[in-house]
Structures are given as structure tokens and as C-alpha cells.
Ligand binder design. Sequence first.
Ligand code: 2U9
Length: 360
Amino acid sequence: MSDFDSLTGEWRARIAAAPDLASLEAERVAALGKQGAVTGLLKTLGGMTPEERQSEGPRIHALREAVTEAIGARKAALEAAELERKLATETLDMTLPMPTGEQGSVHPVSQVMDELAEIFADLGFSVATGPEIEDDWHNFTALNIPESHPARAMHDTFYFGADKDRDGKRMLLRTHTSPVQIRTMQAEKPPLRIIAPGRTYRSDSDATHTPMFHQVEGLVIDRGTHLGHLKWTLETFLKAFFERDDIVLRLRPSYFPFTEPSAEVDVGYTVQNGRRVVGGSDGWMEVLGSGMVHPRVIAACGLDPDEWQGFAFGCGIDRLAMLKYGMDDLRAFFDGDLRWLRHYGFSSLDVPTLSGGVGA
Ligand code: 2U9
């Protein structure tokens, strides 16, 4: 037996005897690592004469091959044994009860957004979304709020410093979800029925205003649309949302640059246990703004206002949630206080459906 045959046999035996993956790795380093024995033999090839290299080279390379192969085989055997051991010892008891108590809850804002999507889907509306970082044209100009318009000041806009849009104007955080409807009117052919729920931003902060708040706006564009369609839609929505039939609406003339005529929408309330509850008509509270879409807005989106009319409305989702679920402090919505979330949050399994009830 040559020296190489016995060397190969020795390495094979050492490798086969490695009891676990860590010991096998130690053998690999001892043979094939930078300072390893087999690597050392390979290095001697450089100092040999061409004749020596021709006779020794194949033997040394064969030794390296044999060691590499033995390591691979032992590794596969050790891994298979480890898997067998795990399969034999690790078991899942499918009869164990569910963990007690749900972890986490659905935030009331998300819950109300889901309720809105469900209610309006039933009326043929789809949900549209768009960017929260907007350009001046989509947030203001297209909505009939030109440069000098006082409504721009009312919106308390957060502007970006350096980023400019195509017209050289500063980019901004959208102050309402209306640019979503502008983008939809540009991208899709009428008739359209959409709601646009989402985050909006205004530089305003007190007990009833937060710099980021949630809005939902609705838009219908069709032929022959009139105020009667608007009032019916809002009444149907509020009845479904508050799950009461005694919803009474009052439309008060108002002004928004993007609608003409415009109306604030009040809903009747009754007082129960010192708290205003939507329904009945002991008093009125404002819940929505609305109106017929201004012909200039329709034209700005590339549609002919003589052919297409529409109505739009907007309201704060946070306020809707407070009215329906009885919270009295808006700022708590954004505190992330687990006790508040456990109290006012919803189960993720409790998906709002019209048949099962949109409330919880
Ligand atoms: C397009 C055309 C018209 C959306 C509208 C209101 C009236 C409104 C406020 C209510 C409370 C915002 O959250 S709030 O401060 N909104 O009163 N919004 S009409 O009108 C549109 C939108 C898009 C293309």
C-alpha cells in the first residue's frame, strides 16, 4: 500500500469518526484549511521539478478529492441523523387550546375605514388611494384654489423645503384627500363613484385638531347628477354607519372653492346620559361638507362640464369614530396607549359586513 493510500485511509477514518457537525468542521480545517495537512501537500507542488509534479500531483489531488468527498458524505449523514432526532423528539400537540386572550387589536380608525369601504361598496363605490406627498396643482390648482385664493391660507399647509414640482412649486403634504379624486378623474373614464379615505396633514394642533388626521371624501361623476342624489347618498351612508333609521339631515348653504353650490351637512342628535348620540332631532351637529363639483374642477381634469356633473363630500374619519364609539379626546387616537387600544380597539376577526353589522 502506498503512503498516499494509507494517508487517504487515515483521513477517511478520522472523518467517519467525527461525532457531530462541529467536530467534522474541525477535521475539515485540519485537512483542507489554510494551514491544513492536505493544503500543505498541495503547496509542495510549487517546489517540485516538472517530472516530480507529474507523478505526485495526481496523487495529492486525488487525496484532496477523497477527503472532500468523505467530508460531504459525513456531513449529509450527520444532518440526516439530526433531522431524525428532531422528528422523533419535537412534536406538535394539535389538541392544545388556543392561547388565551387575543394579542393586539384593530385601531378604531382602521375599523371605521373598513366600515366605510363596506357601506360604500354596497352603493357601487370603489376605494381610491393616492400619494400623501403631493404637488401644488393636484392639491390646490385643479380644485379651483388658485395661487391667491384665501383657502390656501386656511389649509395651513406643510411644505417641503427643496423638492419642487414640474411648475417649480414646492411639494407638500396633502391637506385633503381631494387630489386622489383629481388623479382618478384624469386616469379613468366617467361615470365614476369613488371614496378616498386616508391620511391628511395640516399645521394645526389643539384638543380637536392633530397635524395628521384622517379624511374620507366621496365623488360621483355622471350625467344628470343633482343635489337629490347627494342627499340620498349621504342619508343612506349615515343610516348604515350609525345603524339607525332615525337619521335626519339638514343641509346648510356654505362655500368651498371646489363645489358649487356647497352645503354643510348637519345630523340630528339626541342627548342620552349627558352625551350627544346621533339620531333623532333634539339638536343639530355638523358631520360633513358637500356640494356639486365645480364645473372648473371637471374641466381641469379634461372632462366637458356640459356633459358631466357630479357631487362630492368630505368628513373627518377620526370624528366619525368618536361620534360612533364615544371617545372624547382626539389626541388619544395617536398616543399608542395599549390600555386605550384594548378598550376602544376591535378584534381582527370581527370584519365589518353589512349582513353581520358594520359596527362591532
Ligand atoms: C373633487 C371635487 C370636490 C370634497 C369635499 C368637503 C366638501 C368638506 C371637509 C369636511 C371636514 C374636510 O375633514 S374636513 O376638514 N370637507 O367639507 N370636501 S366637498 O370635494 C371635492 C373633492 C374632490 C375632485
